[in-house]
Design a protein. Structure first.
Length: 122
């Protein structure tokens, strides 16, 4: 790969602006993260309900949102990724003229709304 990139960037009439990486285990990793978040929500919900003096009756609504640094949804993620890419590019044997990294940032946000019993009167 380094040799191919070196040939491309050495050409006077060629410019490489973007390189896309494929992540073959992306679906499996995302599924694992989602299951982990669901387990955490399920673990925390009874304690919150107990602290409020109510009982959980079930799930009312659920939503998930994936934030991907490659789509520019969180500028601070791009900055962090860029800094790591610059460090990686400096270690690379071939100077490509742009930072290169084979990683990206993903963020998963979930929102779980639960049905609860009426508040207990004191």
């Amino acid at each position: 790969m380094a040799d191919i990139l070196g040939v491309i960037t050495a050409q006077k009439n060629a410019r490489l602006d973007h390189l896309s990486w494929e992540y073959p285990d992306d679906r499996q990793a995302k599924s694992g993260w989602l299951q982990s978040c669901l387990a955490e929500a399920k673990e925390k919900a009874p304690g919150v309900a107990s602290g409020l003096g109510v009982q959980l009756l079930g799930v009312h609504a659920f939503a998930e949102k994936w934030i991907d640094s490659e789509k520019g949804e969180r500028p601070y993620l791009n900055e962090l990724s860029g800094m790591g890419a610059v460090a990686f590019a400096k270690r690379a044997a071939v100077d490509l003229g742009f930072p290169l990294s084979h990683s990206k940032w993903l963020e998963l946000q979930i929102e779980a709304q639960f049905r609860i019993s009426p508040f207990k009167t004191a």
